[in-house]
Design a protein around this ligand. Structure first.
Ligand SMILES: Cc1ncc(COP(=O)(O)O)c(C=O)c1O
Length: 385
């Protein structure tokens, strides 16, 4: 079958393949520990589930406004006001099919074919494939612990070229868990603006943070940048496929046009249920989960260091540790495959997240409970012997 040429530029999302093999091994009866996953192990908070049941019985299952229901957009606006003290008009908020739907919409809105966005390497791998899907490009900028694994204003200046349309950062980052401070965001923003570009900030891991004081939004910096967020991670709603974007007001009519055509609307059931995500009872559960992630991080990071994994800086957010391999291990993909096949521990090779020294890196997720993490560390130690 003759397929579109753009498919040649789009790579598979390796972690999904790895997860499929890990699931296959589970089906065969092996006790697989899933540290490759990018989703919280906690169930969706009960108030959200209860609301979904009510909504379903009430028949609230029809198409909604392409931008999302007015109630949910209002709730998101209130969340920004209450938690971050920023005033976001509901006109600027679009509810989307996860952050993925939001990213696809924003790239469609902003990037012409042949143009590029600067992306950190390592970074979320789908971003460059989203861009390829629009015949644009992710211009990968190698980042290291010296830059806190994030783009900096200086890197933006160095890597900007004729085709660069803007910059997409994620804070906290996947796979490194590094967080951009408000000051660093300001500097990147200024550098992008000086070049008439656009700044997109993916805040999907907002709230999954070591310190609550570290939780901020780029929306406080200016009203002409683009923010992507999601109910997937902090709110524990990965499979519900719900997220949102905030855009400059002048872009809303065009984005609405795109959203109508591409998606008609996000899931109605998920939207109605997500109203409960901001309730006090859900927030209380989510705060407990944040604390538990922090406890897991505190166990896992030193335990991995003890085994020889190189973690120059503790992750500050998200639920991943991005580490250099111990000296005796040569290749990340081989190691991950061996660990899965012999010890039934699934972790993700660095090559899923970019190219910069990726074959010597792995990402280990701690979206699993402490008992499982302890057992995984024992098994990893065995695999290293
Ligand atoms: C940085 C980042 N952005 C976006 C996404 C997409 O998430 P979703 O579409 O589930 O909201 C992910 C998923 O892992 C991610 O890590």
């Amino acid at each position: 079958m003759l397929l579109a040429r753009r498919l040649e530029e789009i790579e598979p999302f390796k972690v999904m393949e790895l997860m499929a093999r890990a699931n296959e091994l589970s089906t065969l009866g092996h006790d697989v520990i899933h540290l490759e996953v990018g989703e919280p192990d906690f169930a969706t908070p009960q108030p959200i589930v209860d609301e979904a049941k009510r909504v379903l019985s009430g028949g609230m299952t029809k198409y909604t406004d392409a931008r999302g229901t007015p109630e949910l957009r209002k709730a998101i606006s209130l969340y920004y006001a209450k938690r971050f003290n920023v005033d976001i008009e509901t006109d600027r908020i679009f509810v989307t099919a996860g952050a993925s739907g939001g990213l696809l919409l924003l790239i469609g809105l902003l990037v012409n074919s042949g143009e590029n966005l600067l992306l950190a390497d390592p970074g979320y791998p789908c971003n460059r494939n989203f861009l390829s899907n629009y015949e644009a490009e992710g211009r990968l900028v190698p980042v290291s612990p010296d830059d806190n694994y994030q783009l900096t204003a200086k890197l933006v200046t160095t890597w900007w070229n004729e085709q660069t349309r803007g910059v997409l950062v994620a804070s906290p980052s996947n796979p490194t868990g590094s967080v951009l401070s408000v000051k660093e965001l300001h500097e990147i923003y200024a550098s992008v603006k000086a070049r008439d570009g656009v700044l997109l900030v993916d805040e999907i891991y907002q709230g999954v943070s070591e310190k609550q004081t570290n939780v901020h939004t780029a929306l406080g910096i200016g009203d002409d940048l683009f923010v992507i967020n999601s109910f997937s991670k902090f709110f524990g709603m990965t499979g519900w496929r719900l997220g949102w974007v905030v855009v400059p007001k002048e872009c809303s009519p065009d984005l609405e046009k795109l959203a109508q055509n591409l998606f008609i609307c996000p899931s109605a059931i998920a939207q109605h249920a997500a109203l409960s995500a901001f309730s006090e009872s859900a927030m209380k559960i989510l705060e407990q989960q944040r604390v538990e992630f922090s406890q897991r991080r505190k166990f896992l990071v030193p335990a991995l260091r003890e085994l020889g994994f190189k973690i120059p800086k503790d992750p500050e957010g998200a639920f991943y540790v991005y580490c250099g391999l111990p000296d005796e291990v040569e290749d990340a993909e081989d190691f991950c495959a061996r660990l899965l096949e012999t010890e039934f521990v699934a972790i993700t090779p660095g090559t899923d997240f970019g190219f910069h020294q990726a074959e010597r890196k792995v990402r280990i997720s701690f979206a699993r409970n402490l008992d499982q993490l302890e057992e995984a560390v024992t098994r990893i130690a065995r695999a290293l012997r």
